[in-house]
Design a protein around this ligand. Structure first.
Ligand code: NAP
Length: 255
């Protein structure tokens, strides 16, 4: 669908308290969206909300576990009450619980699948009906280069590959309603998530970045704004003919 988006433009961003999610929320606000920032702890979204409101847009912070069906349904109600119907949904919340498969507990597997993959199903089911009613919508999901296989990340790699399959499937199912569904698959990005990995493996973050740079031809680590730029492209009304795509944003050819 090539029509104009609903006015006001309202975007929901999960995991918006910090890192890539915060950068996406701030970028979409700069591009003219009001923002519903969802994270486990609503108060952790204070900086994001402050940046969005400083950009002249409305914002609300919602505490919700996106893996929980009831919490997602309640969050959708709050967005509706406080801002209106969302026309953009960015599924960014994600976690790691890295272990090699032989050491991985079922709980490590399940929680990572729930937060990284099940959450996407739940939020899409909660927010897509209003997009369908409006005849316009944008869904952007965060995958990862890990979808191609990643040592010690069987749970995360499976979840992020699942996000790709879900993205393509929803593109088929929702396209006729004017809703595009795409995914961004980041490579190595400097955030608390990657800093935590360095701490866990007992490496300095600087050494980890140097190690990563060996396989990044553009010669630098990714920043949250690199990912936000890609998300902003998919969210734009001019991207209406782009759907079911997985865009690797990794400073290297992938996929
Ligand atoms: P991050 O710094 O760890 O931030 C993730 C945010 O999501 C945190 O605010 C976290 O809250 C929140 N969150 C976690 N579980 C949640 C849940 N169940 N419900 C609601 N919010 C939840 O991560 P990031 O590096 O910005 O990553 C963002 C996305 O990009 C993730 O999907 C990640 O898998 C993907 N990605 C990142 C990289 C990278 O190099 N950084 C590479 C590829 C893909 P708490 O702080 O309370 O846990």
């Amino acid at each position: 669908m090539t029509g104009a988006p609903p006015d006001p433009r309202i975007a929901v961003v999960t995991g918006a308290a910090r890192g890539i999610g915060a950068a996406i929320a701030c970028r979409l606000a700069a591009d003219g969206h009001d923002i519903a920032a969802i994270d486990l702890d609503a108060t952790a979204c204070a900086d994001t909300v402050a940046t969005v409101t400083a950009a002249g847009r409305r914002a609300c912070a919602i505490g919700a576990d996106v893996a929980d069906e009831g919490a997602v349904a309640r969050a959708a109600e709050i967005v509706r009450e406080q801002l209106g119907e969302a026309s953009v949904l960015v599924n960014n919340a994600g976690i790691l619980r890295d272990k090699t498969m032989l050491k991985m507990e079922l709980s490590d597997w399940t929680r990572v699948i729930e937060v990284n993959l099940q959450s996407v199903f739940l939020t899409c089911r909660a927010f897509a009906p209003a997009m369908r009613a409006a005849g316009w919508g944008r869904i952007i999901n965060l995958s990862s280069v890990a979808a191609l296989g990643a040592f010690g990340e069987a749970n995360y790699a499976a979840a992020k590959a699942g996000v790709q399959g879900l993205t393509r499937t929803l593109a088929l199912e929702l396209g006729s309603f004017g809703i595009t569904v795409n995914a961004v698959a980041p490579g190595f990005v400097v955030t608390e998530m990657t800093r935590e990995v360095a701490r866990r493996v007992g490496m300095s973050f600087e050494d980890m970045v140097a190690d990563q740079l060996r396989s990044i031809p553009v010669g630098r680590a990714g920043e949250p704004d690199d990912i936000a730029n890609a998300v902003a492209f998919f969210a734009d009304e001019r991207a209406s003919f782009v759907t079911g795509q997985i865009l690797y944003v990794a400073g290297a050819p992938r996929g």
